[in-house]
Design a binder for this molecule. Structure first.
Ligand SMILES: [Zn+2]
Length: 291
């Protein structure tokens, strides 16, 4: 029961008033570290790969790593494909064994976003126990191949959000609410908590139908995270912080031990650092001990 889709663990999170951490990885060391952190914290977890690392290793390799780690883990683990703009690749990853697929047609006009998102949702639901995430409005910043300038970003309209969810049949929903990918350029990013609250109540007020996702976790002040949790955020995506941790830890290790040629020690240092970052997020999201 360790291989799960995102919706099932998010529904539990909404009921328990906590959120599931969703962490982007680019290689095996980070993948293993994220799962280990979740095991240490007894927390459900979502491991995410963007399209680029998924294609670099190949989706079947990513899924093989996922299954090997998740099947022996005593906590639920989901494998999520992040921000995929290619319908065909969404379907191929569903076939390969990813358990949550995010189709990102948010840069398309509304009707086209609905059409593409529904196509992926219908396909994934026909393939197996796979949940699908769609996005409305655009999250600013850069996430893999998806680039959105801050002035381009449009926040999700609550009424349109309900229509979007109903027409596409998605399982979890990412509304643009002012959080951003990458690193925040200001100490007080403009995040529309009320908008998230309104959307969440419309979607999950009576029964939990479509839990909501917060993108752009990296660098969010802790009090923002708390307010977003209270407003219904049930999955928090953290990507940039793990990339920085990987690169900074590797750089610092090699700089300090320039004469040493032992890759395993670099991996161990990276793994320790990633586990710390992920563990901190799991604590902040309140999911410690929930698995
Ligand atoms: Zn994102």
């Amino acid at each position: 029961m360790s291989v799960v889709n995102a919706k099932e663990i998010m529904v539990e999170a909404v009921k328990g008033k906590y959120a599931v951490g969703a962490f982007n990885v680019t290689d095996l060391v980070q993948f293993e570290a994220v799962v280990q952190a979740a095991i240490d914290k007894k927390a459900p977890v979502i491991v995410q790969t963007s399209v680029k690392p998924s294609k670099f290793y190949g989706r079947h390799v990513m899924v093989a790593i996922y299954r090997a780690l998740a099947e022996s883990a005593p906590v639920p683990v989901c494998l999520h494909l992040d921000h995929c703009t290619e319908i065909d690749y969404c379907k191929q990853c569903a076939d390969a064994g990813y358990t949550n697929i995010m189709v990102d047609a948010s840069k398309q006009p509304f009707e086209e976003n609905v059409r593409q998102t529904k196509e992926v949702a219908d396909y994934c639901h026909s393939v197996g126990n796979i949940s699908v995430e769609g996005e409305l409005g655009t999250v600013s910043g850069v996430e893999d191949q998806v680039k959105v300038a801050e002035d381009e970003s449009a926040l999700a309209n609550p009424k349109q959000a309900v229509e979007f969810v109903e027409r596409t049949g998605i399982d979890i929903f990412a509304p643009a609410i002012g959080t951003a990918h990458g690193v925040y350029k200001t100490k007080n990013p403009k995040v529309d908590f009320e908008r998230l609250d309104t959307i969440n109540k419309l979607l999950n007020g009576k029964t939990i139908k479509t839990p909501v996702v917060v993108h752009g976790g990296t660098g969010l002040p802790e009090d923002y995270v708390k307010r977003l949790l209270e407003s219904g955020g049930a999955k928090f995506n953290v990507s940039t912080e793990l990339k920085y941790t990987l690169i900074d830890t590797t750089f610092n290790y090699i700089t300090a031990k320039r004469e040493e040629y032992d890759p395993g020690k670099i991996d161990a240092a990276v793994s320790d650092a990633i586990r710390k970052v992920v563990g901190h997020w799991i604590d902040m999201l309140g999911s410690t001990g929930k698995a």
